[in-house]
Ligand binder design. Structure first.
Ligand SMILES: *[C@@H]1O[C@H](CO)[C@@H](O)[C@H](O)[C@H]1NC(C)=O
Length: 300
């Protein structure tokens, strides 16, 4: 059995973003210009430049060669991310953050993002019943709410046309957005043609990026849940599974108990029993791994 880790601990702040497709840039114009510098609503200027929040700048990525696990170059959109899609994005200054510098970077809040608030990730088993209910209801709200700010790509960059004349993006709910991001970074590389994939690559788990990628991922996920619920104090709890003999979080108050009728199903009393696996597909049509397992199973 694979071990369940989950919701690691709070960590460093990484300033780059793994937010793939900001809605304002996921269109023909964004693809054609390769620029993703949306206007900040507060003053209408790209990246809130007029208000000193940030500026539009050329994306810089590492020029280091790929590791030996990936003997290809120029075939996968994820190489030198995000250059296949965008080569100019907002660079926020001070504590501003978000793809258009309209938000605060992780850990900060307030109108000028000057207030730093430490976020404590708590043991999920020590949350009160009300806190556990709040946690599962937030997840359920995320599962049922289309992301306002992000969309996902349903085709490769090449399939969208040289000038972006065929943009292929899709709405996704806030929960599945993160399932998709995890899938997108981990999936096989497409070498062209049906079934022709390079399996020996996983951009999130097979290198030094493993920990920072997942830390940033969780911070981003937490941030989107906070935006969605309007609860700036939400923090993702963790499950310390080290000495666990059983799946302590597999209860109806948490991630769902087992159905008494069918051991392959969640108990009907769990809010997650009504969740459906998204039919979001990758460009070759294989299905995204079910969200309920994806998010929980960060194996170490
Ligand atoms: C960025 O992309 C645009 C559109 O393809 C291109 O014209 C421009 O030269 C690129 N800039 C850099 C620095 O590569």
């Amino acid at each position: 059995m694979r071990r369940w880790c989950l919701w690691v601990v709070l960590l460093q702040l990484v300033r780059t973003s793994s937010a793939q497709f900001p809605r304002p840039c996921a269109n023909r114009d964004g693809l054609r210009t390769k620029e993703c510098c949306p206007a900040w609503a507060g003053d209408g200027s790209p990246c809130g430049a007029l208000s000193g929040r940030g500026f539009c700048a050329q994306v810089e990525v590492s020029e280091e060669p790929h590791g030996p696990q990936y003997p290809h170059s120029g075939i996968d959109d994820r190489e030198r991310w995000p250059l296949a899609f965008f080569n100019r994005t907002c660079r926020c200054v001070g504590n501003y953050g978000g793809f258009g510098c309209g938000e605060c970077r992780f850990g900060y809040r307030g109108a000028a993002c000057g207030e730093y608030r430490e976020s404590v990730r708590r043991n999920v088993l020590s949350l009160s019943a009300a806190e556990q209910r709040r946690f599962t209801s937030y997840l359920n709200l995320a599962k049922n709410t289309v992301s306002r700010d992000y969309v996902i790509a349903t085709a490769t960059r090449a399939e969208m046309g040289a000038d972006g004349e065929n943009p292929m993006f899709s709405d996704i709910n806030t929960y599945d957005l993160f399932v998709w991001m995890h899938y997108y970074v981990s999936r096989d590389a497409f070498l062209g043609g049906p079934g022709n994939v390079w399996r020996d690559i996983d951009f999130a788990h097979e290198s030094a990026a493993f920990l920072p990628w997942h830390r940033l991922y969780l911070l981003h996920w937490e941030h989107e849940i906070r935006k969605l619920t309007g609860d700036p104090d939400f923090s993702i709890p963790y499950w310390d599974w080290r000495d666990a003999q059983t799946c302590q979080v597999c209860t109806d108050a948490l991630m769902g108990g087992r159905s008494p009728l069918d051991p392959n199903l969640l108990s009907p009393a769990s809010v997650f029993s009504s969740w459906k696996v998204s039919a979001a597909t990758d460009p070759l049509g294989s299905e995204v791994t079910p969200p309920s397992t994806q998010l929980l199973r960060f194996t170490v």
